[in-house]
Write a protein that binds this ligand. Sequence first.
Ligand code: SF4
Length: 358
Amino acid sequence: MHWHTSHLRPMPWKGERDPYKIWLSEIILQQTRVEQGLPYYEKFIAAYPTVSHLADAPQDEVLKNWEGLGYYSRARNMHATAKYIAGELAGRFPDTYAGIRSLKGVGDYTAAAIAAFAYDLPHAVLDGNVYRVLARFFGIRTSIDTPAAKKEFSALAATLLDTARPGAYNQAIMDFGAMHCTPRQPACATCPLQEHCVAFKTGQVSALPVKSKAAEKKDRFFAYAVFYHGDHTWVRQRAGKDIWQNLYEFPLLELPVLPADTGTLPGLLLNHCFPQGAPPGARVRGISRPYRQTLTHRIITAVFCEIDLPEKTEVADFQKNILEKYQRIEHVKLKKILALPRIIDWFWQEKDVTLKFN
Ligand code: SF4
């Protein structure tokens, strides 16, 4: 905390006491770097200054504002929680640890952070920075991504907490990890903790914290049909428990492997979308390069096949086929009003069609 007095890390939410704003910042910063999350925080505060504003917003709009941040379940949970607070709790944010922890999308870390920062409740936060500082300083070799570590580090963090100033203590140790005891090249030479730091004294700084081998990521292969029907295309909102819930996507064919010759994909897609026969005159406009996006447990490879559908074909004809599950939308509106998975956004941004129709 002494170190922190001369190493402040200014952020718009620092010193904030409004639990809504703290909660918003913590949800945005889950699995997101501060630099990336910052503009989103400002955008959300401007669009939804109170929890009631967020609760009243349509979900599509919230997801659209979230676009680019990834892990969309955070945005969905956040929106559901705002509705719950506005509707069931008369707009009052819970003010106990248990009440905060019971909110959807709020785990131990976020609950402790809100409890300490908004209400000065004596709860120690445990984020990646805190794990690193504690593992190094005390020389703890337990893998930090295990339930055993969570128990061990939580107990230790609780004993270290300054219960008179929990908010200031939590902020100090997190900033110390983020700015000083960094993952790579920590500033040990000028460290105020050096004298008692086990990792430093035993030459284990770069070996700590220990992590068990990350789970292998599963590959998935997506072929998308980007139809051009005049100024329109077809999209659907993803449902179910799979990735990208509630985001919009083009007609999709998921494949066990991506064919070596992607030239076969438009034919496969047309058969998939029009099992009763493709509209006569359908023409392949182009096949994209493969795009890759890495998610927590998966690597997605997607190829986009652009296909012109003859304008005179009636919409009703399409709807007899698989496209009945999809909605027809103007190209120009796609990017403006719908939240798209990042991989589709990348493809779409590279398309001159956006510029042409804007
Ligand atoms: S001496 Fe190095 S490893 Fe130890 S707490 Fe300081 S910066 Fe971290």
